[in-house]
Design a protein around this ligand. Structure first.
Ligand code: KG4
Ligand code: ZN
Length: 302
């Protein structure tokens, strides 16, 4: 009924990345205000609420603590149960906001600032990780590459925009290739660093755009190569690609091509790919274990 986001981009942009302590303090300041706005937007009141869903992790500890503290406080004062939701589950469930008839079993690829995970979801509330990254996540790789290219924060969307004006064939970069369903993006990052060092002053705006396009292509093709293998090994009728990096223009186009004719692909709309509260609500709605009143932290898919 209402889905509000308070962006912290302005708070962190001078530092070139998220400063955890500032992020947590800003959560504390903004959450009560956002809650007021959400009630105004939804036209409801506290006694209309059946359940409070809060992210329990993975994420930045300080921010999670603030969220859980606020949720537990509201739960006590409103006498409404509170349930903890796994952040990564939330990314998958965001797809159900875009396509309400979507049901497991499905194959999921969650690509965010800290994760590049391939998961099999046999039923609601069950996720089996079948592939992951050995080092950087795709979002982290995009952010670091953007920084090397002198783009501002947040890096992923800036690199996406620059790549649209480049040609990946003019400055080709290697595509990471690990056995099985594993990812690795640190070597690709090093390749970009060395290429920029070799180009030196001759790296003008067009060379940088070409490098952005080549970097993006290597990440996207690597992500989809493993999705392709996973889909061939265990065919399913539904595939979900989600998480912040799923807002990427090339990934959206290429994922549609790779999955076409083999399964139905759902990618949340770009606003629902990056972190948001609606995905946490919908994950709680479908969670068979919801209404447990304890909020346990999580570091992975548990
Ligand atoms: O899921 P998310 O909002 O937060 C985490 O849970 O990490 O993902 C954020 C990540 C960042 O690394 C950001 O640069 C990346 O998603 N991202 C993108 C794009 N939009 C966000 N990466 C590439 N292209 C984009 N358009
Ligand atoms: Zn996320």
């Amino acid at each position: 009924m209402a889905n509000l986001i308070h962006s912290q981009v302005d708070l962190h942009k001078d530092f070139g990345g998220v400063v955890p302590e500032l992020a947590a303090r800003d959560h504390l300041e903004r959450l009560p205000h956002l809650l007021d706005l959400a009630f105004k937007g939804a036209g409801g009141a506290a006694n209309d609420v059946d359940l409070i869903a809060v992210t329990r992790g993975p994420g930045l500890a300080g921010c999670l603590l603030v969220g859980v503290g606020v949720a537990e406080g509201l739960s006590a004062s409103w006498s409404v149960p509170v349930t903890g939701v796994n952040h990564l589950w939330g990314h998958i469930y965001a797809a159900m906001l875009t396509r309400p008839d979507l049901e497991p079993p499905l194959l999921g690829l969650v690509v965010s600032g800290a994760h590049s995970d391939l998961v099999s979801m046999p039923e609601h509330g069950r996720f089996e990780v079948i592939g992951r990254t050995r080092d950087d996540a795709a979002g982290e790789a995009f952010d670091k590459a953007a920084r090397m290219l002198g783009l501002g924060y947040p890096g992923g969307p800036a690199l996406d925009r620059l790549a649209r004006t480049g040609d990946p064939r003019r400055q080709p970069l290697p595509k990471p290739s690990l056995p099985g369903l594993e990812y690795s993006f640190s070597g690709l990052k090093t390749a970009l660093l060395y290429r920029l060092r070799d180009l030196g002053d001759s790296a003008g705006p067009q060379e940088k755009a070409d490098l952005a396009a080549a970097f993006e292509q290597s990440v996207v093709e690597s992500l989809l190569e493993k999705l392709d293998v996973a889909l061939s090994r265990s065919p399913v009728s539904d595939v979900v690609v989600a998480g912040g990096v799923a807002a990427n223009t090339l990934l959206r186009r290429r994922a549609a091509e790779v999955v076409a004719g083999r399964a139905r692909l759902t990618m949340p709309s770009p606003e629902l790919c990056t972190d948001n509260a609606a995905m946490i609500a919908v994950a709680a709605y479908h969670d068979p274990a919801r209404r447990s009143t304890t909020v346990e932290p999580s570091l992975g898919w548990d």
